[in-house]
Design a protein around this ligand. Structure first.
Ligand code: KG4
Length: 339
């Protein structure tokens, strides 16, 4: 009999629901929240209110597109954390109520594991290459920058992570001070394609082990920009492509330096990238160069699986279902990173 899992994701500002049957994705519906644009960042209270409005229609649409009746579902998987507590609560509460009403198991999913296992999502008629265990995954998003050693679907270990800002957060903040808009990642990416990555140098961190730090880069960017703007108030307007290209190149260098170190230390050549920042063209290109130069077998997700989505949550739920790894109904959401 088929295993059909409904996945629900509401950890930040995207309400998403997806249906997976036997590891194959049937639908993945995402309602993004434009309400935050005016504020230059996600406003938690507005996010949870928007989730409340979106959750029922998004789940309804996901089931409809999948051609699955709710009575056919085997389990409901939901993002338990990390994320914004008010946002998580909407998805968690909905999932609990839905599973209880249908009398089916409930499966909690760690959002970060979800990003990693997005590499295993299959779609009908389009067989996807999947990484072999053990592999390394560089998980880069607005809230996290981590190097993860993935030994099995349910066995992951964080080898290194940011001690301050995340890569995406640093890019977003630099974009904001340049007045380029929110979220900065896609804007910087687009501008960087027309600029010279060697035009400016910003400071790079020197911290031990496999950990990251991005707050020094952010500060060095801000101070440099302040000096340039004092000399020329139109500096950003005249140099934004070079600024974006140089900023992007620095972030990518910082990320790849530690990832290379991890690959060497653990003698692993299967290397994946995941999370919102994995949409970045400079980072994707760096992965391709590393594949050529160091013989890495690389895994870069489809654009639709880079940002928050419920397909990856449903996929995680599917693997946990096979292990009969269900959770009790009183399991609370959590906002901080654990794995
Ligand atoms: O994984 P994600 O969707 O969720 C959160 O962590 O909230 O990641 C969002 C991050 C943001 O910082 C955004 O600016 C960044 O991913 N991002 C990008 C690109 N697209 C999204 N950063 C660089 N280049 C991109 N093309």
């Amino acid at each position: 009999m088929s295993v059909i899992v409904l996945g629900i994701e509401s950890s930040c500002d995207d309400t998403s629901a997806a249906v997976i049957r036997d590891g194959y994705l049937l639908s993945n519906v995402i309602a993004s929240q434009a309400v935050h644009e005016a504020y230059g960042g996600v406003v938690p209270e507005l996010a949870s209110r928007a989730h409340q409005q979106n959750i029922v229609p998004v789940v309804h649409e996901a089931l409809k597109r999948a051609g699955v009746a709710k009575e056919e579902l085997s389990a409901v998987a939901f993002t338990r954390g990390p994320g914004l507590m008010g946002s998580l609560l909407v998805g968690v509460s909905f999932a609990k109520g839905f599973a209880r009403a249908l009398g089916i198991p409930l499966i909690d999913v760690n959002h970060l594991n979800g990003h990693v296992l997005a590499h295993f999502i299959q779609t009908e008629g389009e067989e996807n290459r999947v990484p072999r265990f053990p592999f390394l995954c560089l998980l880069v998003s607005g809230g996290n920058s981590q190097i993860i050693l993935v030994e099995a679907y349910n066995d992951m270990r964080i080898l290194g992570q940011t001690i301050d800002d995340a890569a995406g957060e640093a890019i977003d903040k630099c974009s904001k001070v340049m007045g380029l808009g929110y979220p900065g990642g896609p804007i910087i990416d687009k501008l960087a394609r027309q600029g010279n990555p060697k035009a400016y140098t910003f400071s790079k961190p020197h911290i031990p082990r496999l950990d990251y730090s991005f707050s020094g880069l952010k500060t060095s960017f801000l101070y440099s920009l302040r000096d340039w703007l004092t000399d020329d108030p139109d500096f950003v307007e005249h140099h934004k492509a070079d600024l974006a290209a140089s900023l992007e190149a620095t972030v990518v260098d910082i990320l790849m330096d530690k990832l290379r170190k991890a690959a060497k230390q653990y003698d692993i050549k299967e290397v994946a990238v995941a999370g919102g920042v994995s949409a970045n063209n400079g980072l994707r290109e760096a992965f391709r160069q590393h594949a050529e130069r160091y013989g890495w077998n690389i895994f870069i997700p489809k654009f639709s699986y880079t940002t928050d989505n419920a397909a990856m949550i449903a996929m995680n739920g599917y693997f946990k279902y096979l292990d009969k790894d269900f959770c009790p109904i009183d399991l609370p959401a959590y906002s901080r990173v654990t794995m």
